[in-house]
Design a protein around this ligand. Sequence first.
Ligand code: GH3
Ligand code: MG
Ligand code: MG
Ligand code: MG
Length: 323
Amino acid sequence: HRHEAGARMGVLSQADLSKFDEQHATILAVTDCESIPALDQGSEHLPKHISVVYENDARMALEALRRGEPDLVLIDLSMESYDPLRLCSAIRAFDMTRLAPLLAIASRDETRHVVRALELGVSDYLMTPIDSEELAARVRTQLRRMRHIEHLRSSFDQTLEMAIMDQLTGLYNRRFLGAQGSRLVEEAHKSGEPLACLMVDIDHFKMVNDTYGHDAGDHILKEIAARLTTSVRGSDLACRTGGEEFAIIMPRTPRESAHEIANRVLRAVSGDKVKLDDGQTLDVTVSIGVSILHEGDKLATVLKRADEALYRSKQNGRNQVTD
Ligand code: GH3
Ligand code: MG
Ligand code: MG
Ligand code: MG
């Protein structure tokens, strides 16, 4: 179990790395030569699941790389039809291809080329005549390195997502509201542009849970979160701050627009009945509090003011907007 968690966090065992070796891979060999014998089918050391594509046109090679086709590029530094060093630097210049494994092939009298190629970011090199076992080993090392990076990247993305997202609704969580909301408040103070905040709380949600069950409650939470998301702009920060409470921070939004948006949220929630898995439908409403950022306000201040407005919406009968 611990091992699995470790792998998810990006820590890989030798066995995990060996599994990478069994995955299919494509090598793009950029050379003027007809073929590189050490690479060819039947070469005893290169595994069968590694296929090789030859390209003598550097521009085509770059295109293929940008389309993400090859897993590794082999560049023949003796190429005459194109400056291979230019190709190396072009590959390293683009985000898409910056980390692509790049192996150079050089002859003994091209040491200066090799030094330059390494400066330009080539991952590794081989001297001619190429030993097929050495080539296979260097290819394997680079493919492993690349796959390890990809694994780390995706586990980092996953970890980040877990840290800032609410798992049930897919909205941002309270922690992220604290961090990103504070940044937005600071920016608003700096630019002098208005910022508005909505506090949204589902009405009588305890009764919904008690009547329809907790799973139905969860389903409704997801549905309301989706309706919130579609009612605000992409630049707005929509968070689930607690059980059935949401906060939305809206940069560049004056008071009147904030009220319009709040009313849009209200209608998006109450306008259509929510359908449960068993086919039952029910009416759901929310109460909303609106607040506007004042000079010197911290995030907590503007949130508290919205919360107080929300309380008044509840007091006044729910399913309404108050500031
Ligand atoms: P009000 O209109 O005054 O807001 O009443 P309310 O019942 O919505 O408010 P209250 O704070 O009394 O109850 C909130 C309920 O939300 C309590 C709990 O059962 C429910 N709840 C909180 N988190 C979750 C959750 O993650 N899933 C489900 N299904 N219910 C939740
Ligand atoms: Mg409550
Ligand atoms: Mg409630
Ligand atoms: Mg509540």
